[in-house]
Design a protein around this ligand. Structure first.
Ligand code: FAD
Length: 406
C-alpha cells in the first residue's frame, strides 16, 4: 500500500459522522482533509445498521435548527450524482395520553419558533396519511411534512463522493494506531500504513471514540448502548411514500423499508457497555438478536397496526450507538490537547444529525466566536471536571432508557 499523504486535518472514522464532517469542512473551504477508516468501506459499522429516520421536532431551538440543517444537507446530497436515498415523506408523532398531547403542543410551539412546519392534525387527516394505522383512542397527532428517511450506507457514500469532489482524500482499510503530540499539541498520527503529519485529528470513531481519545491522553465517557429494530417482509399498502412515525408512549418508531415495516424501539432496561471492556483494535462484542425485546416492540404496536402482528421478519438491524451522560453530543477541540477535536457521542442521532453535526464542527473549529450552544458541546466539560465511571455509565443508560421521556 502507498504511503499516505500528510494533511492539515485527519478524521478518524468514516461513518456518517466522519464523512459528514469531511463534507462540511470541505464546503467551508477546508479541503486538506484525509479521512481514515480501518473498515473496507465508508459507513460500514454502526452507520450501516441505522434505521435512517430523520426527525426535526425537538424541544429546543438549537436541536431543531441542527436537524433542519441536516435535512437541508440531505436535499443537497440528493441533488448530486451519488444520492443518500433521501425520502421526504413526512412523519406522524402519535400521542396516547393527555400528558403527551400537552407535550405535543409545546413541541409545536418550539417548531413554530424555529420556523419548522409542524401541524397538529385530526384523526381523519392522520388516517389519510397512514391508512394502515388505527387512530381510535389516539389523543393527538403531530405531523412534520419535511421529516423523512434515507439509506444510511447510501448517505455515507454520498458524503464521500461529494467531499472527494471538493478535494477530501479517503483511506479505507487504514487503522489509526497512535496520536503523536509535540509540545502538548497534535502533530500527527501513526497508522498500520505508517506515520502521517497533521495539525488536527478529529475523533469520529463511533464506539471506539473513547479509545481514540485515550490515545491523546483524554478520558471521555462515551458509552455504547445496544439498539435494535426489525424489518418485515413487504406488506400490502406500504409504499416508499408512507410517512415515518413515532409513538413516544410505546417508545417505538418506524418507517417503510423495501415495502416492509421497519419497527424499532427503546427498551426500558438497556443493555449498556463499558468502552474499557474492549480494546482499541476491537469493536464492542457483536450484538446477538434479542427476540424477546423485538417481540415486545411488535406486541405493543399491535393495537395501532394490527396487520403487522403476523408479518414475517426479513431482517434485524442492531449495533452499538454511543451515549453520553448528559445526552449531548461531543463536538469541538480539546483545550487540554490542542488539535484534538471531538465529533461523537451522538446519542443515536449520528445519521440524522450528521449534517448539523458537520455545521457545528465547522463553527467550533473555524468561527472565531463560536456560539454558546456549540461551546457547551466541548469535550472540556468532561476532561476539565471530575466524574465517576459508574455514575456516568448509569446516566448514559438513563439517557437511552428515557429517550422519549416527557
Ligand atoms: C439499530 C440502530 C438504529 C439506528 N437508527 C438511527 C436512525 O434512525 N437515525 C439516526 O440518526 N441514527 C440512528 N442510529 C444511530 C446511528 O447509527 C449512529 O449514531 C451513527 O451511525 C454513528 O455514526 P459514527 O460515524 O459516529 O459511527 P460509526 O458508523 O460506527 O463509524 C465509526 C467508524 O470509526 C472507525 N474506526 C474506529 N476505530 C478506528 C481506528 N482505530 N482506526 C480507523 N478507523 C476506526 C470504524 O471502523 C467505523 O467505521 C441507529 C443505530 C442503531 C444501531
Amino acid at each position: 500500500m502507498n504511503q499516505l499523504p500528510n494533511a492539515e486535518i485527519i478524521i478518524i472514522g468514516a461513518g456518517a459522522v466522519g464523512v459528514g464532517c469531511a463534507y462540511a469542512l470541505a464546503k467551508a473551504g477546508k479541503t486538506d482533509v484525509l479521512v481514515l477508516d480501518r473498515a473496507d468501506d465508508v459507513g460500514a459499522v454502526t452507520t450501516s445498521q441505522g434505521a435512517g429516520l430523520c426527525g426535526q421536532v425537538r424541544d429546543s431551538a438549537e436541536r431543531i435548527q441542527l436537524a433542519m440543517h441536516s435535512v437541508k444537507t440531505f436535499r443537497e446530497l440528493q441533488a448530486s450524482e451519488v444520492k443518500p436515498d433521501w425520502h421526504e415523506v413526512g412523519s406522524l408523532r402519535i400521542a396516547l395520553s393527555d400528558q403527551r398531547a400537552e407535550e405535543f403542543r409545546r413541541l409545536k410551539a418550539a417548531a413554530d419558533a424555529a420556523n419548522l412546519e409542524a401541524d397538529l392534525i385530526d384523526h381523519t387527516e392522520a388516517k389519510r396519511r397512514f391508512p394502515q394505522m388505527e387512530f381510535d383512542g389516539v389523543k393527538s397527532v403531530l405531523w412534520c411534512p419535511s421529516d423523512g428517511y434515507m439509506t444510511p450506507r447510501a448517505v455515507a457514500a454520498s458524503y464521500r463522493h461529494n467531499a472527494a469532489k471538493l478535494g477530501v482524500k479517503f483511506a479505507t482499510a487504514t487503522a489509526l494506531e497512535g496520536i503523536t503530540l509535540k509540545s502538548g499539541r497534535v502533530a500527527g498520527v501513526t497508522t498500520n500504513r505508517g506515520p502521517i503529519e497533521c495539525r488536527y485529528v478529529i475523533n469520529a470513531a463511533g464506539a471506539n471514540a473513547y479509545h481514540v481519545a485515550k490515545l491523546a491522553g483524554l478520558e471521555l465517557p462515551i458509552f455504547p448502548v445496544r439498539h435494535e429494530y426489525f424489518v418485515t417482509v413487504p406488506m400490502e399498502g406500504l409504499t416508499p411514500e408512507t410517512p415515518c412515525f413515532r409513538v413516544p408512549e410505546l417508545t417505538l418508531y418506524g418507517r417503510v423499508r423495501d415495502g416492509g415495516l421497519l419497527l424499532g424501539g427503546w427498551e426500558p432496561k438497556s443493555l449498556n457497555g463499558d468502552p474499557r471492556g474492549y480494546t482499541a483494535d476491537n469493536e464492542p462484542p457483536p450484538v446477538v438478536t434479542d427476540w424477546p425485546v423485538l417481540d415486545s416492540f411488535e406486541a405493543s404496536f399491535t393495537k395501532l397496526f394490527p396487520t403487522a402482528r403476523a408479518a414475517q421478519k426479513s431482517w434485524v438491524g442492531k449495533g452499538w450507538p454511543t451515549f453520553t451522560p448528559d445526552g449531548r453530543f461531543l463536538i469541538g477541540e480539546s483545550s487540554r490537547v490542542p488539535g484534538f477535536v471531538m465529533a461523537g457521542g451522538c446519542n443515536a442521532h449520528g445519521i440524522s444529525g450528521s449534517g448539523g453535526i458537520g455545521k457545528l464542527l465547522v463553527e467550533s473549529m473555524l468561527d472565531p466566536k463560536p456560539g454558546e450552544y456549540v461551546k457547551g458541546l466541548s469535550p472540556d466539560r468532561f476532561t476539565e471536571t471530575s466524574w465517576n465511571w459508574d455514575e456516568a455509565r448509569r446516566q448514559s443508560a438513563h439517557v437511552y432508557e428515557t429517550y422519549y421521556g416527557v
